[in-house]
Ligand binder design. Structure first.
Ligand SMILES: Nc1ncnc2c1ncn2[C@@H]1O[C@H](COP(=O)(O)OP(=O)(O)OP(=O)(O)O)[C@@H](O)[C@H]1O
Ligand SMILES: [Mg+2]
Length: 347
């Protein structure tokens, strides 16, 4: 029993002024108080124990949390690293897509350069013969003839220069295409640009695949004034669309359908203050279930290794950076039309 209660109990038992009944009553109360006290002590001890266990558990939880925080930090770092790697791979892919489209252009460019080269070769040969004749006439003293021949040679040299410059322009355009675009906009004749890339794409494909043949029609709206664009970027968009169109008609041709004549149609049109470029084909069209995916990067239905699936996504970015719009209309089994709209005059 509790020491203080024992004292009180002794005191009660020896107290003379209390009756026996009173003593019994008081002793009963003291014993009951002692019982309550023991119970309270027991409870207190238990609470202490719970407190200690809780503290230990809390410590363990804190440690666990710390470990988890570290793990999250590490995986965050790893994620950050792979994101950077992904970005690097993506820009490599974009560059290789550019190089691939340059590859597509090469044959077309060779074809385009051949023309001015033929002129340069022919006119320089003719001029050499003329100068030989001129020497003879100088020898003969026929100054009138010398004069006439000199005029011809001057004209020839002008032509040589003109065609040399043409070839120069084509090569410069090619270099511009392979370079990362500076994004600088300049006033450009969109009809000339579209026509140029149309021919380059067509001859490029023909050079790669001799059996390739498709009717090619174009219609240019001459009321369109020069518009402010980055020519090599818009050129790439046109090239992508035309290459896709040719690919689509070529695929359909392989199905050997009766009376099928592959056809690609390109047109420009001025509508109010907008310029529209349309590239249409009578290929197989785009199935409904993939239509909303075609502008996504890396989406392609071409066999592995044949397409990066970046053509349309890059085109989309380029057109958006010109405040324009690009969309596709298609009817399954009948063909597709891609429509680009650009503001006519945007400084
Ligand atoms: N004219 C079209 N007719 C039918 N399907 C088309 C046409 N143009 C695009 N597509 C579909 O859209 C997909 C994505 O085109 P995109 O130009 O982005 O990539 P790609 O042509 O497959 O590859 P890459 O352009 O890198 O060679 C194509 O794989 C094709 O399924
Ligand atoms: Mg493409």
């Amino acid at each position: 029993m509790n020491l203080h209660l024992t004292h009180i109990l002794d005191f009660i038992e020896t107290a003379k002024h209390l009756s026996e009944d009173e003593k019994t009553e008081l002793i009963k109360s003291i014993k009951s108080a002692d019982k309550d006290l023991t119970i309270s002590e027991f409870k207190l001890e238990r609470t202490e124990k719970v407190k200690r266990t809780t503290a230990i558990l809390l410590e363990e939880t804190i440690e666990e949390l710390e470990q988890k925080r570290k793990a999250i930090e590490e995986s965050n770092d790893a994620l950050q690293k792979s994101l950077q790697e992904l970005k690097a791979t993506q820009s490599q892919l974009i560059q290789s897509e550019k190089m691939a489209s340059l590859g597509e252009l090469t044959a077309g460019i060779a074809h385009e350069i051949q023309n001015p080269l033929n002129f340069v070769n022919n006119f320089s040969e003719v001029s050499k013969e003329l100068l030989e004749e001129m020497l003879e006439e100088i020898h003969n003293g026929d100054m009138e003839e010398v004069n006439a021949i000199a005029q011809d040679v001057i004209q020839n040299l002008e032509k040589i220069n003109h065609h040399g410059k043409r070839a120069d322009g084509i090569v410069k355009g090619m270099l511009q295409h392979s370079r990362t675009s500076s994004g600088a906009k300049e006033l450009t004749d969109i009809n000339v640009l579209v026509d140029e890339y149309l021919r380059l794409a067509y001859h490029g494909l023909r050079a790669k695949d001799k059996s390739f043949n498709a009717a090619l029609e174009s219609n240019f709206d001459n009321s369109i004034k020069h518009i402010n664009i980055t020519p090599q970027d818009i050129g790439r968009v046109v090239l992508n669309l035309i290459t896709n169109a040719f690919y689509a008609v070529n695929e359909k041709k392989k199905m050997h359908l009766k009376d099928y004549e592959p056809k690609v149609y390109v047109e420009t049109k001025k509508i109010k203050n907008l310029v529209e470029i349309r590239v249409s084909d009578n290929g197989n069209g785009i199935p409904k279930k993939i239509l909303d995916k075609i502008f996504q990067p890396f989406f392609t239905t071409k066999p592995t290794g044949q397409g990066t699936g970046l053509g349309l996504s890059l085109s989309y970015d380029i057109i958006k950076s010109h405040d324009g719009d690009i969309k596709a209309n298609t009817i399954e089994n009948e063909g597709s039309t891609f429509i680009i709209t650009l503001p006519e005059n945007k400084a």
